[in-house]
Design a protein around this ligand. Structure first.
Ligand SMILES: Nc1nc2c(c(=O)[nH]1)N[C@@H](CN(C=O)c1ccc(C(=O)N[C@@H](CCC(=O)O)C(=O)O)cc1)CN2
Ligand SMILES: [Mg+2]
Length: 287
């Protein structure tokens, strides 16, 4: 069997078209346009590229955007001050701090400073708590994008076993909450899981977001399973690959996301979707 490809790039493009259309409608009615503020601390080259792409995405759909590119020496106090100003700025609907931040800054303190109503990354404990209580509001972009891709691929959840490998705050944990919300029976595997193999072998839906190649063996994939690879690795020649050995995984799976062109583009699209949702909520009930 050769798995059908889940085309994240194409799906993201469709969603961006819908958002563009929504912005055109707002413009036609003379209403305010949604705005995103992106903060980058330091000069990490990959983060610089992601921030630039996020601003290009905003321009494409017609959102306003501001970039705050701060030096690596920025103090936590200065960063929190900026977040306070953006929280109070009525033209800003979404605020995101590109991760990782430098060592001297505490990630959790920064995330908690962002108003939950503007937390378009969906990382604030308020928004993660709401997701865990089946009251999703602003949802972490990568898992939300994966659910979008699974839904569009006709996936069903009730009575199905979903295994999530990796328990990070950005991917694994919220992914498990999303799959639970959708009705799947969910297993989360992490660094203390002794024997990964049986959990992978029994997964109807497998999400791998470990950040390392070779942890999950593609030979373990249940024939016909739906496989989502969240990993992203760049080799010396610049080639981008996922956590899984793709050729073998594709021979076993029923449906599979490629890397690049799977989860990544959908993550970016969901950020815009969240910004539009934050805008709509704030228009309805401004603070
Ligand atoms: N504040 C946040 N920080 C980080 C997040 C996040 O969601 N919010 N996620 C990652 C980085 N990231 C977005 O910020 C991101 C990374 C990669 C892609 C992507 O589209 N990847 C492409 C391949 C890229 C390439 O070819 O260079 C793909 O998979 O097709 C999107 C978003 C950590 N930080
Ligand atoms: Mg830190």
């Amino acid at each position: 069997m050769t798995a059908a490809l889940i085309d994240g790039k194409a799906e993201a493009g469709l969603l961006l078209d819908e958002i563009t259309h929504a912005v055109e409608n707002l413009r036609a009615k003379g209403q305010r346009i949604p705005g995103l503020a992106v903060i980058l601390v330091g000069e990490d080259p990959a983060s610089q590229i992601y921030v630039r792409k996020k601003r290009e995405d905003c321009a494409q759909v017609g959102f306003t955007s501001q970039a705050h590119l701060l030096s690596a020496q920025t103090t936590q106090h200065e960063l929190l001050d900026l977040i306070d100003r953006l929280n109070a700025d009525d033209t800003v609907d979404g605020i995101l701090v590109q991760l990782p931040v430098p060592q001297h800054i505490d990630t959790e303190t920064v995330i908690e400073r962002i108003s939950p109503t503007k937390d378009v990354d969906g990382f604030h404990p308020y928004n993660v708590g709401r997701l865990s209580l089946r009251l999703p509001t602003l949802r972490p972009c990568t898992p939300y994008g994966i659910i979008h891709l699974l839904d569009r691929a006709g996936e069903t959840y009730k009575g199905r076993h979903a295994t999530v490998v990796g328990a990070s705050n950005i991917v694994g944990r919220p992914m498990a909450l999303e799959l639970l919300l959708a009705g799947a029976t969910v297993t989360i595997c992490h660094r203390f899981t002794r024997n990964l193999r049986p959990y992978v072998e029994s997964a109807d839906i497998l999400v791998v977001g470990v950040g390392k190649r070779g942890i999950v063996n593609s030979d373990w994939i249940k024939p016909g399973a739906t496989v989502i690879d969240v990993g992203m690795h760049r080799d010396k020649s610049g080639r981008v690959t996922g956590d899984l050995e793709f050729a073998t995984a594709r021979e076993r799976a029923g449906k599979i996301t490629p890397v690049p062109g799977g989860v990544g583009p959908m993550t970016r699209a969901m950020l815009l979707q969240n910004t539009l949702s934050a805008y709509t909520r704030r228009q309805r009930s401004p603070e």
